[in-house]
Ligand binder design. Sequence first.
Ligand code: GLA
Length: 322
Amino acid sequence: MAAGDHPGTHSTVIRAFGPGRVNLIGEHTDYNGGLALPFAIARGVTVEASPRRDGEVRVHARDPDERDAFPAAAPERADGWRAFVRGTVAELRAAGVEVPGAELAFWGDLPAGSGLSSSAALEAALSLALLALADAQEPDRVALARLCSRVENEWVGAETGLLDQLASLCSEEGSALRIDFATLALEAVPLDLRGWQLATLDSGARHEHAAGGYNARREECREICARLAIEHVSRADPDAADALPEPLARRTRHVLEENARVDAMVTALQAGDLAAAARLLDASHASLRDDYEAGVPEVEAAMRACKDAGAAGARMVGGGFG
Ligand code: GLA
């Protein structure tokens, strides 16, 4: 962008990229103090930012072609993608970052609502671009992931956990990221597939976190914690969990077994036992479908198609309900 293209802008242009993610295994464990093993992918969202001197933030979403404008000092609430941009500016300012007026454009190649975390990719790219524009020191990546997660929780209205933001901001190339959500300890686990391939398939059934069954599951998990007097579902004693009324008993069973599958996956990858890794994908899918009840018929059909086409293992990825 050349100086003078927009009144009040000059020619500094910053570009930041936020990757999407695939969660290899460990679903609905993040807000339950459990374990997950996601990895960042090459697809994601790019944000281009240049400063404006008039304190306005002007935003251009390129696909579909839509716009927004608001004062950097006082973003108000909005819906859809605008909530992400306004929320990121507001949360950065609340964290003490002097976000200036800005001309922003963003685009990407992640289908929205398909389980590859287009939301976290947008939050990551926006926050990195705005931090650079403000000439502010980057906070550590875990703190930045928490900030992005607040955008999603408080501005977008989706009670999502930290999985997607940590995966987008903290993954290393060639590795999956083992996350322990109780301690936020992160460990890179080399993703050596030894000639096997991981593929994602879009079932075509869009999900919508804020409106879907996701928030209902979070409510059930709060109830489990209250009944068992524990901080996180991952702390549940298996016998006490079995004595819970349904569907709480099977929700708890999913979380406990899924945590165990994450570490079994780490072991399988380290041993190069990809057949065992594939079986864990199948087991995770069955648990998400039967115990967590996060499945929908379109995803079930896609899973069957994968298996019929010869996949060694397959599972739904992300929040489910689409
Ligand atoms: C969505 C949420 C994550 C996580 C997954 C389920 O992707 O954004 O925080 O809860 O669902 O594992």
